[in-house]
Structures are given as C-alpha cells and as structure tokens.
Design a protein around this ligand. Structure first.
Ligand code: GAP
Length: 548
C-alpha cells in the first residue's frame, strides 16, 4: 500500500498534465469493466515507461551523457548536447556502423559535405513541395500540434498518411481538443519541416539546412563516379547532421530538431535489381518482418521474401538485421522490419521498410531501408541541368538508389533504454561491450603500497589499444558501481598479488564475475572480451564480486 501511495505521488505532476491530454471524455467513453482495466493498465505502463525515461535522463545529466543544448539560457526544445560520455558512446556507435556497412563492398566510401544547400536541391528532391507535416492550431490559445500525433495519442492507433480532410473528420468525430486549453482546433493545414536560411548580405540566396544527409550524396554522385572506378554498385555514405523543424519534439533523443544520420546510398543498375553476388550467403537466413497488412511478426527466409521484394533489397535487409543482432547484440525479439503502407511511405520511396526496436516506449523506428529509384538523380538532372546519366556495360543509364538510413541518436537512446537495469544493489547500463564510453577501467585496489604506481603503468599499456578510465579514489566497490552506472563493461584491478606475480583481476560488469590473468596477456584478453567472449573462457575464475 505504501509503495502504491508513493507511486501515485511520484507521478502526480505527470497525472495533472496527462490526464488532460488523455482527454477525460475518453475515460467516460469506457464502456465496460474490461476496457476500464485496460485503460488502467495502459496508464500504469505509461507511468512505468515515463519513469524509465526520466531515470535515464537523470543519470544522463548527473554523469555526463547528454542534456538539453544551451541549458543556461533555458534550452531549446528538440536540441541536445552530448557530454563527454555520450559523445564517446556516439563515436563508438558511428565507428561500428562505418566499419560494418562500408566493409560490405570494396566500392563503398564515406564522404563529408556541407549541411547548408541551395533551394534548387530541394526543388529537385521534392522536399519543398512534399516534406510537410499535418498540423492543427487551437482557435483559443494558438497552440500548434502535429495532427497525426495528437490523434494517435488519444486513439492509440497509428495515423500517418491521412489527408487534411480525413484529419478534420476524425477530430470532429472524437471531439479532440487542444491539450493545453481544451479549445477547438482550426481545420488541419500543412507545414514544411525544413529550416530556411538567407545566405549573404545585399543579394540574398535562399538556402536550407539539409533535412537528410542523402541529398549531399546525390549532388556529388557524378563527380565521385568519375573519380572512382566508374563501376556500379557504388556506395557513398555520410555520417552527419540533419535538421527538421519538428512540430512536437519529444522523448529526448527520439524526435529532435537537429540530429545525426548515418546514411549509405547505394547506386546500382536497375536491370540488376534481382541480383546480388553474395545472396547465397543469406538465402536461408530468416528475417523478422511485420507486413503492413498484418498484426504479427513473421520469420521469413530471404529466399521466401523474393516473392515480393527484389534480391538486391533483401540482401541488404539481411545485412541490417545482422548488424543489430550480431554486432550490437540486440535481443532477437526486440527487432523487426515493419513494412510501410502506400499512404505511410516517404514520397520518394518505391519500397520502404522501417527497422524498429521494441524499447520501453514501444516499437520505435531507428532506421529505414528505402528503394528510391532514380527519383533524386533524375530530379537533380532536371533542375540543375547537369547530366546525371553514366555509361555502364555499354549502355547509358541514370542509376537507381537503395538507401540504408539510420538515426544515430535514436539508436543511442535505444541502447541506453535496453541497457538500463536496476539490480538489488546497483544501477547499471548493460550497453553492448563495443559501445561503452570507455573500453576498460583500471583501479589500484587501494591507494597505497605502490599499487597506484603499478596501476598507472598498466593504464598506460592499455591506452595504446583501448579507451581507458583510471580511478584511485574511494573503495573499489564504489568504483565498480560507478563504472556499472556509466556502462563500462570491464574493470582491471591491481592488487598485492600483482606485485608478486604480474597478474591482475578483470571484472565483468554484467555477471560481476572476476578472473585473474597475466599482464602480458591482458591486451589480448580484453580485446577478446570486448568482441563478445565469455569472461570464464578468458582466464582463471576467482569469484563473483561479493555484495556490498
Ligand atoms: N534519407 C531518408 C530519411 O531521412 P527518414 O525516415 O526521414 O528517412 C531516417 O529518417 C532516420 O533518421 C529515421 O529512421 C530515424 O532514425 C532518424 N530520424 C528522423 N527524424 C528524426 C528526428 N526528428 N529526431 C531523431 N531522429 C530522427
């Protein structure tokens, strides 16, 4: 009972804000006891999810993962800064992505381009006309909400791709009102999500902050094709910033106005869309997919998916799933591809599946695999008057594009969300070992008896290969807890035995088991541990750390 009262009080502010949002009339619409309990369970789940998110945010601020940008001036909604730990995690994720995806083909490269692009680019790409969100404005207080999101929140269903008149109908039918003042909404309208900029003084040039990194690749395609081997497929990747004037930024890093994308554009001959030289290696590999007209997730082999999708596309679906399951070690049941219906698909896509992870706020899109045809290159050819055709295999073509598009911040947030655990006597981020802010921490057991000197020697040795955190203050138990809380996967401790036989202990964050290894084997052992080896296979097991 005490816990229940504590729980209600802990969320009193949340209740005040969100019962209104939920719309009281929804509660009165509850028709029977079963749905009443469902609403109750929904509310409890919502509180639990909110609790998890706010704990992550609290640790993120206290320890140095991320916080709102320009905080000392009150911050700007939808803008975040990565602090020292967050920046380290983000770099590691980006490097894993880079190594994995650029390693898929010898003709894949990374480029780095300007974030500001002239208006013509977005005329050609269609963003000026079509990159719009539906909005509704409150007649009473002027508050603007994203129409599909406010409907979704209240009716608990996905409502992307509605026309403005469909939105008006739903709002009228369900009597949806402004969450701030309960006023009525004006008719739905659309708002372009790009940030415009005026460049120069005197004669002004209209430009935009790019809303996706992809356009920077397309405008460079012809030059890169000429510089490289004039060969398809050609892959060009960018890890860089994208900017969108989101109407309702929310969920910390999940919906931001300035965010990082890691995108790979693969240019290929459309006549070869049903080929991939390495397809045999994935033919029996099962993908976890949810079709747009189905409510369930199926496991379908790549070969069986060829009934509906081209080989080139399916091959890269397999590679994406392997990245999440084998490299990032995401639980299989927390991963799926979701097919988007025709109404939901981005305006430039012929095939469009999202990659979703089941985090504590439900299934969230973290990436997408998009068959963009020649939509962009043909558009740029038309508007810029620069020929985008190339000669391959004795014919002239405009290549087609398969895009693998990842939101870096959403991926980072999902890893933090999956990894956050409260155990009996500790809080822990079970981040993938390769993505922790430091690879390893080094501690002298006590701050005396020449142990710090030896520990510093070992820290310097490890620093030649790994990112290392060194600490000699406080009890070793507390130092372990601090590393657990920031997601460092292993700690090396120097004790009196080290001075006798040149051995150290390594502690595994997740199991708290410890092994003893010789210093001259240490680098190799840590390398294997970071790459997924079980701690017990790497040295003599001494103990599981005793509970403090
Ligand atoms: N170039 C294709 C493209 O930009 P998208 O689905 O609009 O496609 C790709 O975005 C990915 O970028 C998404 O899957 C998501 O992970 C991330 N993303 C999109 N909007 C975002 C936002 N406002 N905040 C954070 N990440 C976002």
């Amino acid at each position: 009972m005490y816990k229940f009262i504590q729980f209600i009080f802990a969320h009193i502010n949340y209740l005040k804000k969100h019962i209104l949002r939920f719309d009281l009339c929804n509660v009165f619409m509850v028709k029977n006891l079963k749905s009443f309990f469902n609403v109750g369970i929904d509310l409890i789940n919502m509180f639990e999810r909110q609790k998890n998110d706010s704990k992550i945010e609290e640790i993120a601020k206290r320890r140095g993962f991320f916080w709102q940008s320009s905080e000392i001036y009150g911050g700007l909604s939808g803008f975040y800064d990565y602090a020292h730990l967050g920046a380290a995690i983000k770099k590691k994720w980006e490097n894993l992505w880079r190594g994995y995806f650029l390693g898929l083909d010898d003709n894949f490269y990374e480029i780095d381009c300007s974030n500001i692009m002239p208006e013509g680019v977005f005329k050609a790409s269609g963003h000026l006309e079509s990159f719009v969100d539906p909005i509704v404005k409150c007649k009473k207080c002027g508050n603007i909400e994203r129409a599909d999101q406010i409907i979704e929140e209240i009716l608990k269903e996905s409502f992307e791709g509605l026309t403005n008149s469909q939105i008006d109908e739903i709002i009228a039918k369900h009597n949806i009102r402004c969450p701030k003042c309960k006023g009525n909404f004006e008719n739905a309208a659309t708002l372009n999500m790009m940030f415009p900029l005026d460049i120069g003084t005197g004669k002004i040039t209209r430009a935009y902050l790019r809303p996706e990194t992809a356009q920077s690749v397309y405008v460079n395609f012809r030059r890169e094709f000429e510089c490289l081997r004039k060969k398809l497929p050609l892959g060009l990747a960018i890890i860089g910033k994208a900017y969108r004037n989101e109407i309702s930024p929310r969920n910390v890093l999940l919906r931001m106005r300035e965010f990082t994308q890691a995108e790979l554009q693969i240019f290929f001959d459309p006549e070869k869309i049903n080929e991939h030289p390495d397809f045999a290696s994935v033919s029996n590999y099962k993908l976890r997919i949810k079709k747009h007209d189905s409510k369930t997730i199926e496991e379908v082999s790549c070969t069986n998916l060829l009934n509906t999708l081209p080989k080139f596309y399916v091959y890269y679906m397999a590679k994406i799933q392997q990245f999440y399951l084998n490299v990032l070690k995401i639980d299989r049941d927390k991963f799926r591809f979701r097919e988007l219906s025709e109404e939901e698909r981005a305006f430039y896509n012929k095939y469009h599946w999202d990659i979703e992870l089941n985090i504590s706020v439900g299934w969230k899109e973290v990436a997408g695999i998009h068959y963009r045809t020649d939509h962009d290159l043909a558009g740029h050819q038309k508007i810029s008057s620069h020929d985008q055709t190339i000669s391959v295999d004795g014919k002239k073509i405009i290549p087609h594009v398969l895009e693998l598009s990842f939101g870096v911040d959403r991926n980072i947030f999902s890893l933090l969300d999956f990894g956050y655990k409260e155990e009996e006597d500790r809080v822990i981020f079970k981040l993938p070992r390769l993505v922790g802010p430091y690879d390893v921490a080094v501690f002298p057991l006590v701050n005396k008896d020449k142990l710090p000197e030896k520990a510093i020697e070992i820290k310097n040795l490890l620093k030649t290969m790994f990112s290392v955190f060194y600490d000699e203050s406080g009890s070793v138990g507390r130092r372990y807890r601090r590393m657990d809380e920031i997601g460092v996967c292993c700690c090396v401790t120097i004790d009196n035995q080290t001075l006798e036989d040149d051995s150290v202990t390594i502690r595994d964050r997740d199991s708290m088991k410890q092994i003893r290894v010789k210093i001259d084997e240490l680098c190799g052992v840590i390398y294997k541990f970071l790459n997924g080896e079980n701690i017990e296979k790497l040295g003599e097991l001494i103990s599981r750390e005793s509970k403090k």
